[in-house]
Each structure stands twice: as structure tokens, then as C-alpha cells.
Design a protein around this ligand. Structure first.
Ligand code: 2B7
Length: 663
């Protein structure tokens, strides 16, 4: 085997990869399902880099039945010639030397994605095996790597070449094919998630105009639905149209800006809707930056200034009027902003913010110049006027809401009067430990109040369906009794004045029936949190409680089942002569049952609400909660499965463990 021929320098190289297995979290953040997917993104990003730098136009991603994943691009093919200083083939360097990716990137590409820039070697280190096929110079090369235990030392040797670089034969193809099997000794869960992969590939296809990404999941039973192709000749313009599917666009045309300054490339696609929320999604080198950063700051500054100047020139703002605020111009805005940056620095808690300070003036200059051109164009005058008029109305609504909000804030601080008879508060003093259950209906609310542990559990019953806030201004939301109670109960303010510092509960748990009405109420509450208390969700305070669907009883032996699979298991275990009760709503449970099944922390199941993909959450929220009927009907008939998703299945203590792994 090749290992015998290694010199001292190479042994050190191999030790490097073992470090990855010792502390995988350092390289991929986590060994949870998210970390597993990072492996795939790392390889996909290399393929996309090859495409976005103009060397490839096809990328294929396949999930295989044996649990492995493969990625192919029709680019130049990874270098196979001998590395000048290391004396081993280029591919071997790429897959066995830590951070080789970074060095190669700078030489070979102007711009490069990559989630942590950790490179292909980390994927190799965390895989049971990995193979790479290179199609180059009419020759098909192959090299294989494995992570196996050395019987002499009883240690796993990570990502070792299984043999030398081989020539398989002649080929007319060009490109690189990488296939790997994630190591089940490293990852808690080694199953790739079809929809997670599909969504990311679709996003990449939108961000990389014209690249054809074919995704095949060979594990799916139905051959018809195994393969999906993502390819958008309109790029981010198509992306904005897709995001706005559930919204009413104010103008048909999408504003498209593009420019380059020094090494910064910036593109933006913009469309206004009659909605009230701001949907700005920004990317740097194909990586989402949910926390914004210097590119967003530059964009916003240019946008606000150009439109204010225009409003004055057009006489829509008078001399005595104040300038409009940036947020007024962004009400109802859907925008995808992408930037290509050399050596991007990602900052913030989740590395979701661009730090490079040189990017701000570059983006500002590009957007200003492009937007001025757009505003100068005669055919855009009508659209520009509509945007300014909308912003003026937004400013007025903002002022009205500020007054109401200040009143509410005073009310919530000074007196809890509006809550009397509604909220059953808890006695505990530590906010982190306290839980607020938002319960659908007065009868379930009554059971919850009796069944709870009043030391740390508070109950807020909801009467009827709350207001759908998706198409409401803040002042209308604040006029709604149910939401006022909720805002007062949480004690943390709302919208701009929202602050986790004043939050009174560590967990906010939505408890609604397992039927369509319950799902609607849950969706309304989540929409409210998303639009007005987003930090509550992003900081992991929002949960969905899971009441059981069935009770299987035989004698004194009771089993609760939370979905159909569990029901089958329970009835099998019970054998003959059991009684089955199907719970139609929370109200059917007595206080003890509700405590046992849904509220008792040692037994209940909770699902924590997260926002993995902000653009998709925004799109689905408007599709499902907005006022356009068509897209909603299409979505529901396509996804008409009201069964519970897999995520619902872990009991809470297990979920907590998984969470720790995920952070
Ligand atoms: C940062 C490293 C990994 N690389 C190259 C050249 C082409 C190339 C790659 C790739 C994923 C799965 C199939 C450059 C870059 C290494 O150096 S990686 N194509 N595709 C890829 O990984 N796809 C390259 C200069 C001249 N010739 C080839």
C-alpha cells in the first residue's frame, strides 16, 4: 500500500487529518445533521466555484442508496500532476492536506464560496471512504481514500490513500466526480435530508445564473420523482419572482442592478409588493448572510439616499418635510442582493455577517450609480413615484404605530390589568426556567391551568382565531385584544422595541389541536412571532407542544401515541382486548392527562422552532398566510400531508441533547 512509501513530511500531513476526527466541531461546527450536510455543501461549493468562475456549466448531485453522496461538475478537472514541493499528485494534496482548499482557492479562483473554507480534506477525514474521478486530457484518473482502524495501533487513520492515483482509461469527458460516505462513527445521523439538499441546490441555481444543477435521490421509491433539475437563466431576478409568488407585486418589472468596483462584484434584484414586511436576502460568494454586514449597509445607504433625493427632485417631498427613513423605503420590498468578495470575513455569533469594511463603499457606489440610471429613465417614472408614495404612507403608519406602541409599553410595565382573568402566571422568579403555554380554546386553557406545575408554567388561553397579521400594519396588530395580551404577558415589547432583555419566559410553547384549525392558529402565531418578535425565534425560545393523538389502554396500562406509527407499535404491544381513544382536541383531555402527555417536561414532546432558511420561511409564510389564493391552493395540494414530520419524534430530553450538538 502507498502508506509504506510515505516520508516523514507526509506522516505529519496525515496526523493533520486525525485532528479533524478528534474535534470535528472545530471544522464543521457540529456533528448533528447540519454538520453532515456541511460535508456535502463543501464538495458542492467546489463544483459551483468551478462553474461560477466560468469553467463549468453543469453540476450533478446524487444521493445513493448506500448512504453515500456524489457530486460531479464538467469543469477543468482537479489537477493530477505532481505537486512541486510535496511530491504527490494535486488531488492527493487537495484531499489529505488540511486547509489546502484555501491555498488552491486563491491561486485558481477569483471568488470562492465554502462555508468555513475547510476544504475537501475535512470531508475526506470525516468519511468512511471517498473516491475522486478526474476526467482531464482525455484520460480518466481515479484515487480512493479510506478512514480505517490500524490494527497495530488501534487508531483510526483518517482519509488515507487506499492506493496511488490510477489511470482507468481514455475518456472524452471533462470534469471532476467526488463520491463519499459520511462516517457513522462521527455523525449522529448519517441520512441526508432530501428537501434540505434540494432547497440548497435550488438556491445555488438561482444565485448562479445558467448553471444547470441536476439533483437525483436514488433512495426514493418512485423513479419519476427522483430527479429534479434547477436552472435559471434569469438568476436572482427569477429568484425574486419565486419569492414573491404568494405576494401581489406592485410593478411587473424587476429592478436589476449590477456592477463591479475594484474586486467587488455586486448584483441586486428588487421588486415591491403591497405587503408590509421587508424581505432583503443577502449573500456573499453564494453564502447567505442573515445577519447582514458591510454589503447590506452599503446597499441600504445608497437606496435610501437615491430615493430621498429623487423624492425631493420630483416634488413628492417638500422642503419642510423630513427625509424618509430607510425602513420606509423597504416596506414591502423583496430584494436579493449578492456580492462577490475576495477573502470574505464572516463575523457574528453564527458567522452570518460580512465584516470586510472595503465592501461597504464599493457596494454603495455600484448601487447608487445603477439606481440613478434607473431613476433617470423615463419609462421608470411611474414605478418610482409609486415607490415613494408607498414609503410616505409607511412613514405615516410608522408614526401612528410608535404612539400606540409607547402606550402599550407603558401599560405592560405599569399595570397588568388587561391580563386579569386571562393569564394564569407562575410563581418562579427565574425567567429562563419559566414557560408560557399559549393554549387554543378556553376549555383546554382550563385543563392546562389545573394540570400545570404553577411554579414555572404560565397559561395564556386564546379565544378563537387570532388576527392574521401578515397583511396588517403594526397599529392594527396592537389594536387586537389577543395579541395585546400576548405582548403584555411576554413583557419584551414588540417590533423595533422588542428586547429579549425583558422577556419573562425562557420557553414560549404553542399548544393547539392536531387538526387543520389548530394548524392555522399555530401558523398565525408563528407569523406574528416571525414578523414582530423575530429574535424570539432565532434565539430558540419558541416551541410547539405536541399533544398525543391516541390513547391505547389495556387494564391499568396506558400508552399514548403521538402519530400513526406509534399507534401501530402501541396496539401491537397491547395485543388483544385494548381500548382506543382518538383525541380530537386538547379539550378532551382532563387536567392530569394533559399534564402527563403534553406539559410534564420529563415526558412531553416539544419541537423547537428554527429558521434555517430565512428566504424559504418568508416565501412560505406569504404563500400560506397572504391573500393570494392560487399559490396557496397549489402548495397545499402538493403538500397535502398533515401527518407529523420526522422531527416531531424525539422526546424532549433527547432533543435537548441534539440541540447541544447543533450549537
Ligand atoms: C480548492 C480546490 C479544491 N480544483 C482545481 C481545478 C479544478 C477543480 C478544482 C473542482 C466537486 C465535486 C466534483 C484549477 C480547487 C481544486 O484546482 S475542484 N474542479 N471541482 C470540484 O471539486 N467539484 C483546476 C486550475 C486548473 N485546472 C484545474
Amino acid at each position: 500500500m502507498a502508506s509504506q512509501t510515505y516520508n516523514a513530511g507526509n506522516i505529519q500531513v496525515l496526523e493533520g487529518l486525525e485532528a479533524v476526527r478528534m474535534r470535528p466541531g472545530m471544522y464543521i461546527g457540529t456533528t448533528s445533521s447540519r454538520g453532515l450536510h456541511h460535508l456535502l455543501w463543501e464538495i458542492v461549493d467546489n463544483a459551483i466555484d468551478e462553474a461560477s468562475n466560468g469553467f463549468a456549466d453543469e453540476v450533478t448531485v446524487t444521493l445513493h442508496k448506500d448512504g453515500s453522496a456524489s457530486v460531479w461538475d464538467n469543469g477543468r478537472g482537479m489537477p493530477v500532476d505532481t505537486h512541486p514541493t510535496m511530491g504527490i499528485p494535486g488531488v492527493e494534496v487537495i484531499f489529505t492536506v488540511l486547509h489546502a482548499g484555501g491555498k488552491f482557492n486563491n491561486e485558481n479562483y477569483d471568488y470562492s464560496g465554502g462555508l468555513h473554507g475547510v476544504g475537501a480534506s475535512v470531508v475526506n477525514a470525516l468519511s468512511k471512504w471517498l473516491t475522486v474521478d478526474v476526467f482531464l486530457n482525455w484520460t480518466h484518473y481515479r484515487m480512493a481514500f479510506t478512514s480505517e482502524m490500524n490494527p497495530a495501533t488501534h487508531k483510526v487513520e483518517a482519509g488515507k490513500p487506499a492506493g496511488p492515483l490510477e489511470i482507468i482509461g481514455n475518456t472524452r469527458k471533462k470534469g471532476t466526480l467526488v463520491r463519499f460516505l459520511p462516517d457513522d462513527e462521527i455523525f449522529e445521523d448519517v441520512k441526508f435530508h432530501t428537501e434540505t439538499v434540494a432547497r440548497r441546490l435550488q438556491e445555488l441555481a438561482y444565485l448562479n445564473k445558467g448553471v444547470r444543477i441536476t439533483f437525483t435521490d436514488e433512495r426514493l421509491p418512485d423513479p419519476e420523482s427522483r430527479t429534479r433539475v434547477f436552472c435559471y437563466d434569469g438568476g436572482i431576478t427569477d429568484y425574486v419572482r419565486y419569492l414573491n409568488a404568494g405576494k401581489n407585486a406592485l410593478q411587473e418589472d424587476i429592478i436589476y442592478l449590477e456592477g463591479r468596483r475594484d474586486s467587488v462584484i455586486c448584483r441586486a434584484a428588487i421588486q415591491y409588493t403591497d405587503g408590509f414586511s421587508e424581505s432583503l436576502f443577502s449573500y456573499v460568494n453564494n453564502i447567505n448572510t442573515p445577519e447582514g454586514g458591510s454589503h447590506e449597509t452599503g446597499f441600504k445607504a445608497a437606496f435610501t439616499k437615491c430615493f430621498n433625493d429623487y423624492a425631493r427632485k420630483a416634488g413628492l417631498l417638500k422642503e419642510k418635510d423630513n427625509n424618509l427613513a430607510g425602513e420606509d423605503f423597504r416596506e414591502g420590498l423583496t430584494c436579493v442582493l449578492t456580492t462577490m468578495v475576495k477573502n470574505p470575513q464572516f463575523e457574528g455569533q453564527t458567522k452570518g455577517r460580512l465584516g470586510n469594511s472595503e465592501v461597504r463603499p464599493a457596494v454603495e457606489a455600484i448601487v447608487s450609480q445603477q439606481l440613478l440610471d434607473w431613476l433617470d429613465n423615463l419609462k421608470n417614472q411611474e414605478a418610482a413615484t409609486a415607490i415613494v408614495t408607498k414609503a410616505i404612507r409607511a412613514a405615516q403608519a410608522r408614526e401612528a404605530a410608535r404612539k400606540t406602541r409607547d402606550n402599550i409599553r407603558k401599560a405592560s410595565q405599569l399595570e397588568a390589568a388587561p391580563l386579569v382573568g386571562k393569564l394564569a402566571s407562575c410563581t418562579g422568579r427565574k425567567w429562563e426556567d419559566n414557560e408560557l403555554f399559549i393554549v387554543e380554546g378556553d376549555s383546554a386553557g382550563g385543563s392546562a391551568k389545573q394540570g400545570r406545575d404553577r411554579r414555572f408554567q404560565a397559561i395564556l388561553p386564546l379565544r378563537g382565531k387570532p388576527l392574521n397579521v401578515e397583511k396588517k400594519h403594526l397599529d392594527q396588530v396592537l389594536a387586537n385584544e389577543e395579541f395585546r395580551s400576548l405582548i403584555t404577558a411576554l413583557g419584551a415589547g414588540i417590533d423595533e422595541s422588542f428586547s429579549l432583555d425583558n422577556l419573562k419566559y425562557g420557553k414560549v410553547i404553542i399548544l393547539s389541536d392536531a387538526d387543520q384549525d389548530g394548524a392555522h392558529i399555530r401558523a398565525i402565531l408563528l407569523t406574528f412571532f416571525l414578523r414582530y418578535m423575530k429574535d424570539l425565534i432565532t434565539n430558540g425560545h419558541v416551541y410547539i407542544g405536541m399533544p398525543p393523538l391516541y390513547k391505547v389502554q389495556k387494564g391499568s396500562n396506558v400508552i399514548y401515541a403521538y402519530d400513526d406509527r406509534e399507534l401501530a407499535k402501541a396496539t401491537r404491544a397491547a395485543g388483544k382486548g385494548y381500548t382506543l381513544q382518538r383525541y380530537k382536541g386538547l379539550g378532551e383531555m382532563n387536567p392530569e392527562q394533559l399534564w402527563e402527555t403534553t406539559m410534564d417536561p420529563s415526558q412531553r414532546k416539544l419541537m423547537r422552532v428554527t429558521i434555517e432558511d430565512a428566504a424559504e420561511v418568508d416565501r412560505l409564510t406569504t404563500v400560506l398566510m397572504g391573500d393570494k389564493v392560487e399559490p396557496r391552493r397549489d402548495y397545499i395540494s402538493e403538500h397535502a400531508d398533515f401527518n407529523r414530520p420526522d422531527d416531531f419524534e424525539l422526546p424532549e430530553h433527547q432533543q435537548a441533547g441534539r440541540r447541544e450538538g447543533g450549537e
